[in-house]
Design a protein around this ligand. Structure first.
Ligand code: AMP
Length: 399
């Protein structure tokens, strides 16, 4: 098995990676890092939880670290000219010009923040700077940060286009572009935004395209933006993690509440993520839990950024053991020690089931997935079995 040392990564980055406790690259990292360092485009099939973020973040940092920014080169080249350094030089306290050289486009604020946190960790021993921009919050603090200069920008599409239109973000010096979670991007209706963004990016750039699934519209999109890409693939969505214990409760709709409360009262020391298809469903479940005296957090698209961050923070820190979420909101939830995923309702499509339960059983940990399935929802069990090629154990539940 490969080690990080064998990947030709500079010591400041290696040191940070060691401090994160990563012992060796994950399969996606092993495949993607050399390809990125080679300057090739990537067509990557990988879901969250595979170490995908580090698979692009580490080699991008490496590239930016070893290739000075265009202005940096200009500063050096022009050094003999008197006055130039005074106007631009780092040592004179003037604002230094720092072009954005890497852009990571991601569908949700949670993911943007999570990716930004990864850069904070991996870049801590370098002088490279990054920030995240996303909608739903005031733009002032974000533009302040941009004015200070960043090498790496993590962004959601809407806010990015706004700031480009305002002249706050300039991408003319971009060398690396990552499109993260392309399938989710399309699900969320960002295709027009992506198409508007592409012409703004320099044609000469390296593009890393990641998606958990590859339906035909995603493949078409990737073709329009990749040049001779290397295909990198880990755990296709149909292969559910073997370490997850999956159980389906056959339970009539009115009895789901009681079942949920009884499971949660039994598993009080576990961290548990409860999925509902709709925002309304999330609020409903949160009310049921409150009434039952069970402390829980809830996130969905209608919650404010502050509310979501707080709920996520409390859940990650273990202060709150139960989180209720919609599929889209849960996209950004990344918790290594998540013990149980509960599908309060059956997802509409089998792939969503695989995404949901993939939140647990990560990095070799054991995980449990409990699915509450009513009579009307029962036909979907077959779809899931077809996708995963695995029989689901069903248990009849009566209160
Ligand atoms: P991601 O797929 O990027 O969301 O990463 C999933 C989780 O794996 C995150 O919590 C990372 O911190 C963790 N991770 C990433 N790379 C490694 C590695 N090489 N060894 C151990 N954990 C890792």
């Amino acid at each position: 098995m490969m080690t990080f040392d064998e990947l030709n990564i500079a010591e400041p980055i290696l040191k940070a990676v060691r401090e994160k406790g990563y012992e060796r690259p994950t399969p996606i990292q092993e495949q993607a890092i050399p390809v990125v360092l080679h300057g090739k485009d990537i067509f990557g099939i990988a879901r969250t939880g595979t170490g995908k973020t580090a698979a692009f973040a580490i080699p991008i940092l490496q590239e930016l670290l070893t290739n000075p920014s265009p202005e940096g080169e200009r500063i050096q080249a022009d050094a003999p000219r008197p006055g130039r350094q005074e106007r631009r030089g780092r040592s004179h306290g003037k604002r230094e010009y720092r072009p954005i050289r890497a852009l990571i486009l991601t569908p949700t604020r949670e993911l943007a923040l999570q990716i930004s946190d990864c850069f904070t960790d991996y870049a801590k021993y370098t002088r490279l700077r990054h920030t995240a921009i996303f909608g739903g919050v005031k733009q002032g603090p974000q533009t302040d940060r941009l004015h200070q200069g960043v090498d790496i920008l993590v962004a959601t599409p809407g806010r990015l286009l706004d700031l480009i239109a305002q002249g706050e973000v300039k991408l003319g010096d971009l060398t690396h572009f990552v499109l993260d979670e392309a399938d989710r991007m399309l699900d969320m209706g960002f295709i027009a935004d992506i198409r508007r963004l592409l012409p703004v990016l320099p044609a000469r750039r390296q593009t890393l395209f990641f998606s958990a699934t590859m339906p035909s519209d995603i493949v078409a999109l990737s073709r329009s933006m990749l040049r001779d890409p290397v295909r990198v693939e880990v755990t296709p969505v149909s292969s559910t993690v073997d370490t997850i214990d999956q159980r389906v409760y056959l339970v009539e709709k009115p009895e789901k509440k009681g079942l949920l409360v009884s499971v949660l009262k039994k598993e009080t020391d576990k961290s548990i993520l409860v999925f509902s298809r709709t925002k309304h469903g999330v609020d409903n479940i949160a009310r049921i839990l409150k009434k039952a005296g069970i402390l829980s957090g809830a996130i969905h698209g209608d919650k404010s950024q502050g509310q979501r961050q707080r709920a996520l923070g409390d859940f990650k820190s273990g202060k709150v053991k139960v989180m209720v979420a919609t599929d889209i909101a849960a996209r950004g939830i990344d918790i290594d020690g998540l013990n149980i995923v509960i599908n309060y309702d059956m997802p509409d499509v089998a792939e969503t089931y695989v995404h949901r339960i993939g939140r647990t059983g990560r990095a070799g940990h054991e995980g449990t997935a409990l699915t509450f399935c009513s009579r009307e929802e029962h036909p979907r069990v077959k779809d899931i079995q077809k996708l995963t090629g695995k029989k689901l154990e069903t248990v009849a539940y009566t209160a």
